[in-house]
Design a protein around this ligand. Structure first.
Ligand code: WT7
Length: 632
């Protein structure tokens, strides 16, 4: 059998050579990578694609089960190696090491629980759980039996949860009685129960006892520990087609309801593993920690699948960086001798605000590689990270990618290709990024700025939006036909390194969370005293971006109560992360003749701009700009 190690770039020259092969002969290249995995049946054809339909199929008619590659495969070579290293919220609670053998057994056992609830191939299972090992077990148990997991971040509200459950018609809900987050205990089950009032498709709910509550179970609700006591820990892995659904994960769109991005088995498997090993240059004894939540794509691809496919030790942390104080991350690095630390710029900026003694009191000498993900990292944060955490000796991989791309698209390879502050730098092997100008023409020169697009399919591209292929085509493939359009702007330096400049649509990244402004406006507009609203992002030194809402009221009184009511509405419909920092009442909103709000102007006002609003000739009501400025 071929070994994936033989296809990893260990030097810049190897990267260039592999990159060249992957572009010239993509099918041959990805065949080699795919052959390093366990398949139940070989594929007939590597790739079929059509950017117009759009349709992407990889390893056609290949059969596999991703959990055999994450778990069974390692049992003969490394059964006792730690797969999951769990660090609980409370620093005084014991951390837990789960070996590949133990994880395999727990996954099989829970897979049998799901089967006993009548869950089978293709059924959707919603997972709304804290960052505890059972979450990983739940995800893999679904994959084991071919059920489609839909993980919903446990910070989302009950209506956000019910909307996602209903969109995918989930059969089973997996949740917990509560969760620990810093000094807070979150009443997860009450949120889940509120959501369930709106959900008809859920037949059973299985509840993990995490906070030892005495809640009374409702009909069709059972305890996790009771369920696993009744089944065996042996479970055959379901045979899946390469293009069968593996999971749905929701991401915000600039308009309308969240988009359930669909990822499939074969391509996602090989791409997440290959990028994990190339980007992080993980070596067998390394301890890798990604601080994301499994509720986001980062957690799916680079806490669960990528690392486990690679036989790595992946750390799961239940808590928050500020508890019990702002040295927690560094204490964990020292405690577990972390070699790879992958986090978000917003966390770096927040931590950098605190005395550097909180870092220096800990031994960080185990660190070899640092990573950044989720939003552009500004130079100051990059330098702080490099100097204080990496002690100027750890490469920093700034990884640009999306829920939709499934895996990392642009990044340096740690210690192999050069990093450069604020630049994601180079394309992954097999990825063909290009800058387009406003008319959709390719810009071939380096040192340019434009709209980022991808020219050729890659194995882990999302295949559709669940239940709405039309929207999938519209959002990603219509503005620039023949390309995948991610919604980001970018520039290149003279050597062709890429730097992401930010979103070019109405999505705002707040503290690394991708938020569409339209759903927030919808929530605000639910308030009886609100006529209309517009939400925009503006630069914020810790969160990257913060939100400012401009609202027109029925009567122009915005007291503290109403501020709170509006924020509560947003928390309830979306989640606390979507609350604006500033709510400003305005007599009107700048609109074009066709009634479209000119957000460009509001964005400038929110950023502190007082003049230079560009071309406002198409504004129906130019006087409104001064009136808004007067009150800001
Ligand atoms: C959007 C995708 C990637 C997983 C987590 C976020 C922004 C992501 C970077 C980066 C600059 C970045 C983009 C992208 N983004 N990584 N390294 N540099 N911007 O996934 O929630 O789907 O958000 O996050 O704007 O489009 P997501």
């Amino acid at each position: 059998m071929k070994k994936i190690e033989d296809y990893l770039a260990r030097s810049e020259n190897q990267y260039l050579k592999l990159y060249d092969e992957s572009i010239k002969h993509p099918e041959k290249f990805w065949t080699n990578i795919a052959e390093t995995f366990v398949w139940k049946k070989r594929w007939d054809k590597v790739l079929n694609f059509d950017f117009d339909k759009p349709e992407f199929k990889w390893f056609i008619n290949g059969k596999l089960n991703i959990t055999e590659n994450c778990l069974d495969r390692h049992l003969s070579t490394n059964p006792d190696k730690t797969a999951i290293l769990f660090e609980p919220n409370d620093p005084n609670s014991k951390s837990e090491k789960i070996s590949y053998k133990q994880l395999h057994s727990r996954v099989c056992r829970f897979a049998n629980v799901l089967k006993s609830k009548n869950v089978g191939k293709g059924d959707r299972v919603c997972i709304y759980m804290p960052m505890v090992p059972e979450l990983t077990v739940a995800v893999l148990a679904c994959a084991r039996i071919g059920a489609v997991h839909s993980v919903v971040f446990a910070g989302f509200s009950s209506s956000a949860l019910s909307a996602r459950i209903n969109d995918a018609n989930c059969k089973v809900l997996l949740t917990a009685d509560g969760s620990y987050r810093g000094s807070k205990v979150i009443d997860l089950i009450s949120i889940a129960n509120d959501a369930l009032l709106e959900c008809n498709s859920i037949e059973s709910t299985i509840i993990l006892k995490r906070i030892n509550s005495n809640i009374k179970l409702k009909d069709n609700q059972t305890w996790w520990h009771d369920e696993i006591a009744m089944v065996s820990n042996e479970c055959e892995a379901e045979e899946m087609d390469s293009e069968d659904m593996l999971f749905i994960l929701y991401t915000s769109g600039s308009t309308g309801k969240p988009k359930g991005m669909v990822h499939t088995c074969g391509g996602y498997m090989i791409y997440t593993a290959y990028t994990f090993l190339n980007v992080f240059q993980y070596k067998p004894n390394d301890i890798y920690w990604c601080t994301a939540d499994i509720g986001w794509i980062t957690g799916h691809s680079y806490i669960v699948y990528g690392p486990l496919l690679s036989g790595a030790t992946s750390v799961m942390f239940e808590g928050v960086p500020s508890y019990p104080d702002f040295s927690r991350f560094w204490k964990i690095v020292e405690k577990h001798k972390i070699t790879h630390f992958y986090t978000a710029p917003t966390a770096i900026r927040a931590l950098a605000k605190h005395p550097v003694s909180l870092v220096e009191n800990n031994d960080l000498s185990s660190l070899k590689v640092l990573g950044s993900v989720g939003e552009p990292i500004n130079e100051e944060a990059w330098n702080w990270y490099d100097k204080n955490i990496g002690k100027s000796k750890c490469p920093i991989v700034d990884t640009w990618w999306q829920t939709e791309t499934g895996g990392i698209m642009l990044s340096s390879l740690a210690g192999v290709t050069k990093d450069k502050p604020t630049f994601a730098t180079v394309p992954m092997i097999g990825i063909q990024p290009i800058l387009l100008d406003k008319d959709g023409k390719e810009i071939f020169e380096n040192d340019s700025e434009g709209i980022l697009a991808i020219k050729f399919p890659w194995p882990s591209i999302a295949r559709t939006i669940y239940g709405d292929h039309h929207r999938y085509k519209n959002v990603y493939f219509s503005a620039y036909p023949g390309y995948y359009f991610p919604g980001d702007g970018a520039l290149t330096d003279i050597n062709g390194n890429f730097r992401i400049t930010g979103r070019v649509d109405d999505v705002v990244i707040v503290s690394g969370h991708n938020l569409g402004t339209a759903p927030i406006e919808d929530a605000i507009n639910l308030h009886e005293n609100v006529v209309e609203s517009a939400v925009v992002g503006y630069p914020h030194d810790i969160k990257g971006n913060a939100l400012r809402a401009f609202v027109i009221l029925l009567n122009d009184k915005l007291d503290l109560d109403m501020q709170k009511e509006i924020k509560d509405l947003i928390s309830k419909t979306i989640g606390p992360i979507a609350k604006p920092d500033i709510i400003q009442i305005v007599p009107g909103l700048p609109k074009t003749r066709s009634g479209k709000i000119m957000r460009r102007i509001l964005r400038k006002i929110a950023s502190g701009e007082k003049e230079n609003f560009g071309d406002i000739s198409t504004l129906l009501n130019p006087e409104i700009v001064d009136q808004i400025l007067l009150n800001s």
